[in-house]
Design a protein around this ligand. Structure first.
Ligand code: ZN
Length: 408
């Protein structure tokens, strides 16, 4: 296989997670178990541009189907993150009723509705029909398509160039990263700005966040590599923020090479962190597989011990990252009989691979288990606070990444 950015042959493997179903392919009934599709999940490192990437196996349209179950509006902390971003970007770029904002992968409109409320013209691009329809019900205009150079050309003629392009938490999901970034460059006005948010590869490595690896995440990104990719499309980074979201993310502010934005010190600071962690050397990637095995084994041992002691155990949060963890560790409904999730779109379905049934958290409140395994560890504090408030008995909480942590 060749690198998706620079086309060099890939020879440095980072981790092999075996064969897994796509993390967001929730099943609606037991009759689907036998026909479930699974694909190899292996991550390679390009030793030329240092893009960390999954092995090619299937087309994007097989993964992001019409019933794709992830709705951004389900998480309260995420909605707050979006609201703050909208206010910050409006002030920073001086956006007003004459501006034009485009969001790539606008999901259910959780972010754009803030610009709409402020009277700023905006447009969403969202390939997933179910989420796009929710956004349309809010009165937002949404184009249902995958973004790339071709779509950018169409939008450019049909609408106009954008003063702000938001591509938060989408870059990692794009199979053809060069085409996507070229599209951004085409659609961006001369003095416009782009916001790019993505989980930072640095944290994936230091915190061993291997459960953030799944087929729908094609790339695992550093500032170093994204900067290289942007340069090829005539764009540059002028500011970087480090965010706590998704276990540690970067938000890059980018513009055309000749645009009037001064470059902030933050750029050199984050690049220095990456150099310190030796992200552009094979050393940083050695031993990752062994650390993954350690985390998976510890969780399975813990569940077997609970089972032997007659404790009741359940999982909370049917997040994609939970699926990678459970399927790699070989944990199914015998050790973890149920997963609670607040998203109505997931309730009544089954997790891919492990086939654990997803039910409403109301059932947990009425009949709390002894131990709750929180799968989306990035929002563990929010989940714990919520459950403590709702349940009248003491609960034991467990998170597995970066190491097994048991708390009350
Ligand atoms: Zn490369």
């Amino acid at each position: 296989m060749r690198c998706r950015h620079c086309q060099c042959a890939l020879s440095l493997p980072m981790v092999d997670l075996g064969t897994m179903p796509p993390s967001n392919a929730y099943l609606t009934g037991a009759e689907q178990f036998a026909n479930e599709k699974a694909y190899p999940l292996k991550v390679w490192v390009c030793q030329y541009c240092w893009l960390v990437q999954t092995e090619d196996f299937t087309k994007a349209d097989e993964l992001f189907t019409a019933d794709y179950a992830y709705f951004s509006s389900t998480s309260a902390s995420w909605l707050e993150h979006a609201r703050q971003f909208a206010t910050q970007s409006r002030v920073r770029l001086g956006l007003n009723a004459q501006s034009f904002v485009v969001e790539l992968a606008s999901n259910d409109g959780y972010l754009l509705k803030n610009y709409q409320a402020a009277g700023i013209p905006c447009l969403g691009i969202e390939p997933t029909t179910a989420t796009a329809n929710v956004a349309r019900q809010l009165g937002l205009e949404v184009v249902s398509a995958f973004f790339g150079k071709m779509l950018a050309e169409r939008l450019y003629t049909q609408y106009r160039q954008a003063d702000l392009i938001i591509a938060n938490n989408v870059l990692a999901h794009v199979p053809d990263i060069n085409d996507f970034v070229s599209g951004i460059s085409l659609l961006l006005s001369d003095n416009g700005a782009v916001s790019l948010e993505f989980p930072h590869l640095l944290n994936l490595l230091t915190q061993c966040q291997f459960d953030t690896i799944y087929h729908e995440h094609y790339s695992y990104l550093s500032l170093h590599t994204v900067q290289t990719i942007l340069h090829t499309a005539g764009l540059r980074v002028f500011d970087v923020e480090q965010l706590p979201t998704h276990g540690g993310s970067l938000r890059l502010w980018c513009c055309h090479q000749q645009a009037q934005y001064e470059t902030y010190d933050s750029l050199q600071q984050v690049l220095a962190l990456e150099t310190q962690a030796r992200l552009t050397s094979p050393v940083a990637y050695h031993g990752f597989q062994q650390r993954v095995v350690g985390i998976a084994t510890k969780l399975k041992d813990f569940l077997q011990q609970c089972h032997a002691e007659g404790k009741t155990v359940a999982a909370y949060g049917a997040a994609a990252k939970g699926n990678t963890l459970l399927n790699y560790a070989g944990i199914d409904s015998r050790l973890l009989p149920v997963v609670y999730d607040a998203a109505k779109s997931k309730q009544g379905k089954f997790l891919p691979g492990s086939h654990i049934p997803i039910v409403s958290p109301d059932l947990l409140v009425n009949n709390p288990p002894d131990v709750v395994i929180i799968l989306p560890w990035n929002i563990a504090d929010e989940i714990k606070a919520q459950l403590r408030q709702q349940c009248h008995t003491a609960l034991t909480f467990v998170t597995a990444v970066p190491s097994l942590i048991i708390s009350e």
